[in-house]
Design a protein around this ligand. Structure first.
Ligand SMILES: [Zn+2]
Length: 83
């Protein structure tokens, strides 16, 4: 079962949640009840190992051409927030 990493936007509490792919995303911080957003895995290694790059990540930009910073990082715009 994959583990997803979340970051609370209110108190910056980070936590992992083991969920099935079909489970809905968590929306509440277990610490303060604030809104959380799911982080793209990569650091934790729970989902993507070895940087194969074929795992479908949620892009923060519609395309690399609209996201020059991401293009410079060589990830094609799929490696997370760049702003
Ligand atoms: Zn919180």
């Amino acid at each position: 079962m994959p583990a997803y990493e979340y970051l609370c936007q209110a108190c910056e509490h980070r936590f992992d949640l083991r969920q099935k792919m079909s489970d809905p995303e968590a929306t509440e911080c277990p610490s303060c009840g604030g809104a959380v957003k799911r982080l793209i895995s990569g650091g934790a290694g729970a989902i993507v190992k070895g940087g194969g790059g074929s795992f479908p990540q949620v892009p923060s930009c519609p395309s690399a051409s609209q996201c020059p910073a991401a293009a410079q990082m060589g990830c094609g715009g799929g490696c997370g927030p760049v702003h």
